[in-house]
Design a protein around this ligand. Structure first.
Ligand SMILES: NC(=O)c1ccc[n+]([C@@H]2O[C@H](COP(=O)([O-])OP(=O)(O)OC[C@H]3O[C@@H](n4cnc5c(N)ncnc54)[C@H](OP(=O)(O)O)[C@@H]3O)[C@@H](O)[C@H]2O)c1
Length: 320
């Protein structure tokens, strides 16, 4: 870092992992109500990968491109989650000060795949000293989504039977823990290689999706959470017990239009309340953050390659 520049991963066209080019760019300046955060850890998420590749859920492409950029990303520095220290603050910021350890999510502003990012100060939460920047950056994407669906859209409670499809991913590793901690009885669908991890996180049983998976299942569940996108409204409903709730986190447009009543879709809410809830659970040891690998910023293309497999375990991070 010198003379107002910083290293950042810049995506100037939609495409494969290599379109993320690391170079020197101008360091942003915090505007009124904003803080400049020195990024210590940021996740490369399935959300970032979808934007980088313009690979959106079925039927969502035109709407997503309108919001994110028709022919290339409107905001070329991707990265929605971060943890780091406040470097400086803009006018009218009273809630955080330089040196504070903070984390958060930056919505469609993104910009966290860089050494510095500007963020509305109201969206920042304190990272407790006992929580590392890697843990904080790792928990936010999957954690906010798991909380949104299981807590806010389905009120998961003690004794409920919960099926988590994609239990070893970013959403899944959080969802299994959140449901199990509420006293739910959790079945996780993942590959055999990740079964031990998913059991350790609180599942009472795992199902190998390569061995017949859900097709062979005769059980019915109070809550079914699909994070993979291979359940439809019809196939998901078939797995529900009476009064059960189907949560489709990766739904395409047709299922979004069909979803009503006990079938719930939507976009998780990136609230400071959710960030704070998650980092405090990490601090008190009730939520474990699964990080498969941390890469330096220069290797962001390798991080994207791993994310693009659809098989990462928990989270892949960048430590700029
Ligand atoms: N609605 C929202 O607000 C929201 C928010 C965040 C993300 N999302 C979406 O949710 C999806 C999942 O995100 P993520 O970050 O959790 O993904 P991820 O970390 O890539 O995890 C995917 C997991 O799915 C498992 N898997 C792969 N194929 C499977 C199959 N056929 N059956 C069952 N499990 C399978 C993999 O486990 P194994 O390796 O063990 O096979 C992997 O652990 C993405 O499409 C993302 O865009 C939606």
């Amino acid at each position: 870092m010198d003379n107002g520049t910083m290293r950042a991963a810049v995506v100037e066209r939609y495409g494969p992992p290599e379109v993320a080019e690391v170079r020197d760019v101008a360091r942003p300046t915090p505007g009124p109500g904003e803080a400049l955060v020195r990024v210590r850890a940021t996740a490369v998420t399935t959300g970032d990968a979808r934007i980088r590749a313009a690979r959106f859920p079925t039927g969502m492409g035109p709407m997503a491109r309108l919001g994110l950029g028709l022919t290339k990303p409107r905001r070329p520095i991707l990265g929605g989650t971060f943890s780091g220290e406040v470097e400086s603050v803009g006018a009218k910021v009273t809630t955080v000060a330089p040196g504070d350890r903070v984390c958060g999510m930056n919505g469609i502003r993104m910009g966290a795949h860089a050494q510095y990012v500007t963020v509305p100060a109201a969206r920042l939460v304190t990272v407790p000293d006992s929580v590392s920047h890697e843990q904080a950056a790792g928990v936010l994407f999957g954690g906010t989504t798991a909380l949104y669906f299981l807590r806010d859209r389905a009120s998961v409670r003690e004794g409920a039977t919960v099926l988590v499809n994609g239990a070893s991913g970013a959403i899944g590793t959080n969802a299994v823990q959140i449901a199990a901690r509420q006293g739910a009885v959790v079945t996780g669908v993942c590959s055999a290689a990740n079964a031990e991890l998913v059991m350790k996180l609180g599942a009472t049983r795992t199902i190998d999706h390569r061995d017949g998976g859900l097709d062979r299942l005769t059980d019915r569940f109070d809550i079914v959470l699909d994070t993979v996108g291979n359940l439809s409204v019809a196939s998901g409903r078939a797995l529900l017990a009476d009064g059960g709730v189907l949560l489709l986190a990766a739904a395409g447009l047709p299922d979004m239009l069909r979803a009503r009543g006990n079938v719930r879709v939507g976009t998780s809410k990136e609230t400071a309340e959710a960030f704070a809830t998650l980092v405090h659970q990490v601090a008190d040891g009730t939520l474990e953050v699964i990080v498969e690998e941390s890469f330096p910023l220069d290797r962001i293309a390798d991080a994207y390659r791993r994310v693009d497999t659809g098989r990462k375990v928990g989270n892949v991070l960048i430590t700029p």
